[in-house]
Design a protein around this ligand. Structure first.
Ligand code: ADP
Length: 504
């Protein structure tokens, strides 16, 4: 048998899934890891814990699949993006915890960059808006706050990586320091048009080139996982950031096709073909997974996507569960929310870590508004679920304006896409059919697909796209006036949450 191992290293858990040669999942394993919140607005992960959890679930999945390591033709990685780590090349020791994408500690540096007038140049070269979300200012923070780090970085003693890079470094036993364009394009240091790190950006953001990994196309043999990992040397042949991996796994390969992932955050991506659409409406332009057979990322055929990143989605459900003890499991929110016919006028803006697309306000904070003496836990739960759909609707509107494409359907995945009430409400608010596929592990599937292409197990992505099947189709049912009224009140609630933390 020939199989592919997909590693899906997410924000809250590490997963591994073994896929058959036909692209079907055979066995999987998953483990959660710790989230550290050392100060308000700061979010960190222990890089070693990430590696160990990923290694252990990979071994467990291969064992459950009942296959020999020799049957593994390749390893694909999909990872939480932007999360930033610096380690010592000699010892392999991380200098500090990984600073997670949600972390807001560099909001001040971002304000300074904006006042320095570099917003346009950054947007044009990287496709991004200036926000603490992206890696560059996190790298800057590490180099400025850790003893000797900047000098050591310049001497080439340190390595920077997003989580894909870190996992490859570990699997290859420190031999391979690489990434792919979909991850590189989230650092704010990568020129998405040339496919290379950009010297001018490195200067503006004060990042020394010697710490950066080499960039290769997403489907490519990046290096070998050492036999110590799974018992045999196995090619690491696919890498993409989790959202671009999901776009790939959803079979969205043509301009105008879009998917939305409902995980910790919500990430809507629309493929724009070979056209880099620089957003005028608060979205970002990002490199999609690139599968050209080129030697490195500069020569490969470029593909792009427009993206709207919403920071808090499934995390509002986690918050109601863990902090307010509203229910026992995330899935319980559906019954609670369904116990009332509507939100009762309650709106919940989950600005826990500021607001992402299309507002980009790191100083926004969470807001619960419209409460009356008759408001219940059920209304709040419903408002929380609806906030996920409202935020996605704001993003979609911007996406249609930027791309000039009218969405005909939305493909969905991620943990919270299992929620039927949410999916129906999403279809209602967007006014387009929402399609949930049979294989909802699209992130892992995308990573597996890239790895299978990279190692030559599969010859073209069309083979895989034809495997995509709908499990359930949610059709819009709500009348237009009701949608308009809901959206108007939602937008007013958002307006009131903006810039709140600036007052502190
Ligand atoms: P990530 O990859 O970001 O870690 P997942 O795709 O695993 O996230 O999704 C987990 C998120 O989805 C959690 O934030 C959880 O609260 C939320 N979630 C899981 N099941 C449901 C559900 N049935 N309804 C609403 N939210 C859910």
């Amino acid at each position: 048998m020939s199989c592919i191992l997909a590693l899906d290293q997410g924000t809250t858990s590490s997963r591994a899934i073994v896929f058959s040669e036909q692209g079907a999942p055979i066995a999987s394993a998953q483990r959660e890891f710790h989230q550290y919140f050392p100060q308000p607005g700061w979010v960190e992960h222990d890089a070693m814990e990430i590696w160990h959890s990923q290694r252990d679930v990979a071994r467990e999945a291969v064992e459950k699949a009942g296959i020999e390591p020799t049957e593994l033709r390749g390893i694909g990685i999909a990872n939480q993006r932007e999360t930033t780590l610096i380690w010592d090349r000699q010892t392999g020791e991380p200098l500090y915890n990984a600073i997670v994408w949600q972390d807001r500690r560099t909001a001040g540096q971002c304000t300074e960059l904006r006042s320095a007038g570099v917003e346009t140049i950054i947007r044009e070269k990287t496709g991004l808006v200036i926000d603490p979300y992206f890696s560059a200012t996190k790298i800057g923070w590490l180099l400025d706050h850790l003893p000797n780090a900047r000098a050591r970085a310049e001497r080439g003693e340190l390595a920077f990586g997003t989580i894909d890079t870190w996992l490859v470094w570990q699997m290859s036993q420190s031999r391979t320091h690489v990434t792919d364009p979909s991850n590189a394009s989230r650092t704010m240091l990568f020129n998405i048009h040339t496919g290379d790190w950009d010297d001018e950006l490195l200067r503006i953001l004060r990042v020394p080139r010697p710490i950066l990994p080499d960039v290769y196309p997403s489907a490519h043999v990046f290096g070998m996982a050492a036999p110590e990992f799974l018992g045999e040397a196995i090619p690491i042949s696919g890498i993409a950031g989790d959202q671009q991996a999901a776009l790939f796994g959803q079979g969205c390969h043509r301009a105008g096709m879009a998917k939305n992932t409902y995980g910790t955050g919500c990430f809507m991506l629309m493929h724009t073909g070979q056209r880099a659409v620089i957003s005028a409406n608060g979205l970002v332009c990002t490199a999609a997974a690139q599968i050209g057979r080129a030697r490195d990322a500069r020569d490969t055929e470029k593909e792009y996507a427009l993206e709207g990143s919403v920071f808090a989605a499934g995390s509002v459900v986690q918050w109601l569960r863990n902090e307010l003890h509203f229910f026992r499991t995330a899935a319980d929110i559906e019954a609670l929310a369904a116990s009332v016919p509507d939100n009762g006028g309650v709106y919940f803006v989950p600005g826990f870590t500021g607001l992402g697309a299309p507002h980009w306000d790191p100083f926004a904070r969470g807001l619960l508004i419209g409460l009356t003496r008759g408001s219940t836990r059920a209304h709040i739960a419903r408002a929380a679920l609806e906030s996920i759909a409202f935020q996605s609707a704001d993003v979609l509107q911007a996406m249609q304006l930027d791309s000039g494409e009218k969405l005909s359907e939305l493909r969905v995945d991620g943990g919270a896409a299992a929620n039927d009430l949410l999916m129906q409400f999403q279809a209602d608010i967007l006014g387009v059919p929402v399609l949930r596929p049979r294989v909802v592990e699209t992130t892992a599937l995308g990573a597996a697909a890239l790895a299978g292409l990279g190692t030559g197990l599969w010859s073209s992505r069309d083979v895989l796209a034809s495997n995509w099947e709908v499990e359930r189709r949610f059709l819009p049912q709500m009348n237009a006036q009701a949608v308009t009224d809901l959206m108007a009140r939602w937008r007013e609630a958002v307006r009131r949450s903006l810039r709140f933390a600036e007052l502190m």
